[in-house]
Design a protein around this ligand. Structure first.
Ligand code: PSU
Ligand code: MN
Length: 304
């Protein structure tokens, strides 16, 4: 076991016994939602994973330790400190570990830490991707690179159209990452179930997804992206959400926001412009993804 890694006892036991485990990220707690909804959501996601037959392992960096599996107190700490916890992507890991600092893990670092301990399935809301205007700014999330190299199956609700979804799919194709639509031929756009872009493969059962990921592992390939459309009853009006996103992107450009601030700025602006509606959609789609991820993890454990 890596000397910078702490695996929670319940997670350790499950891994040793070959039982299903689902990793969960913490940037969504510290940077993605306001307190106290962030803590309530994080705890509820863990309950959903448990009720679906898998062991949840929320990931973060605390006091320089790479943590796989957090206590309720640790989740509350991350939720209360919010944006004061630094957003930790791959390039931040070594420095945070050496300094004994805290960090909220993005999709990239959550995948990295999950893979260190042998956790294969991870549920989140949305992934980072190629930003609009990336042909000039070169702003491409490290999440995509991590999907290319790290063998973890990530369940998300697609990506928000704060990104250029077409370029994000092109990049994933170049990097050899399969994009699966769960029960859909179309990439979901987080708040809405449709984006107008096709996925690579449609799959209709968790068994089918688990079998594809088994093959991916056996062939020593990298990650796999499973996109799960938001249920209709929680989806937003496309016109309302797209107007808010366009406005948020325009404000970010006008204010010269760049680097790691871009995504949190856009997420916060969209939330501000849509009131509480987008937050409720966001929470519900995370629950929906956690359920699917747990079912896939159960199938994987049964197949191995
Ligand atoms: N997109 C969302 N919600 C999020 C994030 C992205 O819809 O919470 C977070 C995730 O943690 C993701 C990170 O890994 O932002 C990507 O940041 P960046 O674009 O700076 O790589
Ligand atoms: Mn970026």
């Amino acid at each position: 076991m890596n000397r910078y890694l702490d695996v929670a006892p319940q997670v350790r036991q499950a891994l040793d016994a070959g039982q299903p485990v689902v990793a969960l990220e913490s940037t969504i707690i510290s940077h993605g939602m306001p307190y106290p909804q962030n803590v309530e959501t994080a705890l509820q996601v863990e309950r959903i994973v448990r009720d679906s037959g898998a062991v949840p392992a929320t990931v973060a960096i605390l006091g320089g330790r790479l943590k796989l599996g957090l206590t309720q107190q640790e989740i509350e700490h991350l939720g209360k400190k919010g944006q004061d916890v630094s957003k930790a992507s791959r390039r931040d890991l070594a420095v945070l570990a050496a300094r004994g600092a805290d960090g909220a893990t993005t999709v990239a670092t959550t995948m990295f830490i999950a893979a260190l301990a042998g956790v294969e399935v991870f549920a989140t809301g949305g992934i980072g991707g190629v930003h609009r205007g990336a042909e000039v700014t070169m702003d491409i999330s490290a999440d995509l690179e991590e999907l290319a190299r790290t063998p973890v199956l990530v369940v998300c609700a697609g990506a928000k159209s704060i990104l250029d979804l077409g370029l994000t799919l092109e990049y994933l194709e170049t990097k050899g990452v399969p994009v699966v639509g769960y029960g859909t031929d179309e990439l979901p756009a987080f708040y809405t179930s449709k984006s107008g872009y096709p996925v690579d493969y449609r799959m209709d059962t968790p068994e089918e997804i688990a079998a594809a990921f088994r093959a991916s592992r056996a062939l020593n390939l990298g990650g796999m992206l499973v996109t799960n459309p938001i249920p209709d009853q929680f989806a937003m009006d496309p016109q309302v959400i797209n107007r808010a996103i366009d406005e948020a992107v325009a404000q970010a450009t006008a204010q010269g926001i760049h680097g790691k601030q871009t995504t949190p700025f856009l997420l916060a602006k969209v939330k501000e412009l849509t009131g509480g509606d987008s937050l409720e959609s966001n929470i519900q789609l995370v629950y929906h993804n956690a359920r699917l991820a747990a079912r896939i993890a159960v199938c994987l454990a049964a197949q191995s």
